[in-house]
Write a protein that binds this ligand. Structure first.
Ligand code: NDP
Length: 456
């Protein structure tokens, strides 16, 4: 498999892909290795994960350069991701031992009832390229601490990072027959679906997620899907500072080139502040430095996948055709690399794909609304249910709007953020199940109920 740098289009690495045969051999080894791993205490397993975290932090500059080279993520954002993802290890350090411990529920008379949390076994972790540390850690770190073995398939666009995870995992004392990174594209992912894993944990698109759910349904093993979103942000008329709101909203839309599952994907603005907001937003986007992602000043790099350029161009064309105004950007940058100028479309409406279909790139649609009711109706007008955000001064107003959102996460005066202390989950087309938080630790276990009656 050839790895291409999206900024230069140069081939920067080549890997021997896994095959159905190597996959099957690795799966058998993981099956055997998991048993001994499960016999270690959660505290011992956590110790390996903490060592892994230390090694990653010690080598973060080298690792950030790898991530930037293969995905085009600006180097400062690669470092931010590596530094930020470490909070999963802090969360596990604080909670895992307690959450995985046996729970005595009844201890009266001669009846004793308790719950134990057994690992699932060997799990398949099929992952995405856009935040490989964040979305990878959400699954494989939590799975390992709970006593599972993991076969990790990074996206073909983040394979080099996946191999680094494997290297540092083994250096940290996680046995080779407990964590394996396999290399290949979607066909290899498909081969993983044919093996009898004890759980499937997928991060990626709705289309692939549904395909995986259908394919593994008859195995009757746990399945979790973290899928895409079309996340709305509403700027209400009482927002404290329109300019600050615009700066914040633009960052939510364009950080990592818009390639975040919880990126702001569409913006609704109260009509009384619409013009002021749009001007401040366009001005802010004009300050972004686009260029070589290896440069510390770059905020906008290339998009990771060449094919996405066409999706974005079509969304811009569709919106303009249906009456939107392209205030800035939208042009493919000539020369090497998959660059597109960040695009801001205004006067959008829900006839346009830009307000309904996931963009997953540096384009944003802005629409004027005349009331909270209209904003709520439009925010809900989507099959996705990942996140929804409101910027406004009045907490009760925000609560009234966000309480009715059918999304796994809601944000008041913030957006595009994830915390390990609360669950990360999508509803409807955005997914199934939850990672992070206490739920995200238990997601990798099966409860067993013990009914103990001592002879009297
Ligand atoms: P894809 O669905 O294309 O790919 C995701 C993973 O599935 C990759 O490892 C891919 O391999 C693999 N794959 C592809 N086809 C199959 C198959 N038939 N069977 C098994 N595995 C397969 O997603 P994208 O790469 O497009 O990722 C972006 C999407 O992920 C966006 O929709 C984004 O919103 C979502 N996402 C959601 C997150 C969340 O937490 N909710 C977080 C991050 C991203 P390969 O890439 O090698 O082809």
């Amino acid at each position: 498999m050839k790895i291409c740098n999206p900024a230069t289009e140069a081939i920067i690495a080549e890997y021997q892909e896994d095959t159905a045969e190597t996959l099957s051999g690795k799966f058998s080894a993981l099956k055997a290795g998991q048993k001994a791993w499960a016999l270690r205490t959660p505290g011992e397993r956590l110790e390996c994960i903490r060592k892994f975290g230390d090694l990653v932090r010690t080598n973060k500059n080298e690792l950030a350069a790898v991530l930037t080279a293969e995905t085009g993520k600006p180097i400062q954002q690669s470092l931010n991701e590596i530094n930020g993802a470490h909070n999963r290890i802090e969360h596990l350090s604080e909670y895992a031992v307690r959450v995985l411990a046996d729970e005595v529920m009844t201890d009266t008379g001669n009846t004793h009832e308790k719950i134990t949390y057994e690992p699932l076994g060997v799990i398949a972790n099929i992952s995405a390229w856009n935040f490989p540390y964040n979305v990878g850690y959400n699954v494989f770190l939590y799975a390992l601490v709970a006593g599972n073995a993991v076969m990790y398939k990074p996206s073909e666009y983040a394979a080099m990072t996946g191999k680094q995870f494997e290297k540092y995992m083994h250096l940290s004392g996680v046995p080779r027959d407990v964590f394996q990174c396999v290399i290949g594209d979607g066909k290899l992912g498909q081969s993983m679906l044919e093996l009898n894993f004890d759980g499937y944990f997928f991060t990626g698109s709705y289309k692939t997620g549904v395909h995986i759910a259908e394919t593994v349904a008859r195995k009757l093993v746990p399945l979790q899907l973290e899928l895409g979103g079309k996340d709305p942000l509403y700027i209400a008329d009482d927002v404290a500072d329109v300019k600050q709101a615009a700066i914040h909203a633009a960052e939510g839309a364009f950080y990592n080139n818009g390639q975040s599952c919880c990126a702001v994907e569409r913006i609704y603005v109260a009509e009384s502040i619409y013009n002021e907001f749009v001007e401040a937003f366009v001005q802010e986007v004009g300050t972004y430095t686009m260029g070589d992602p290896a440069s510390p000043d770059t905020f906008i790099g290339p998009v990771t996948r060449e094919a996405q350029l066409e999706v974005l161009a079509k969304q811009v064309e569709d919106a303009v055709h249906k009456g939107a105004t392209l205030r800035t950007g939208g042009e493919r940058v000539p020369g090497k690399g998959y660059y597109i100028e960040p695009a801001v479309l205004i006067n959008c409406n829900h006839e346009m794909d830009i307000m309904k279909e996931e963009s997953f790139g540096p384009v944003i649609g802005i629409q004027k609304v005349s009331s909270d009711e209209e904003a709520v109706r439009l925010m809900q007008d989507t099959g996705y249910g990942l996140t929804a955000a409101v910027f406004c001064a009045d907490e009760q107003r925000a609560k009234a709007i966000l309480d009715v959102m059918d999304t796994g996460t809601v944000y008041w005066n913030c957006c595009d953020r994830v915390s390990p202390y609360v669950p990360w989950s999508g509803r409807r087309n955005s997914g199934l199940g939850a990672t992070l938080s206490v739920q995200g630790i238990r997601a990798f276990t099966r409860p067993k109920a013990y009914h103990w009656r001592k002879p009297s």
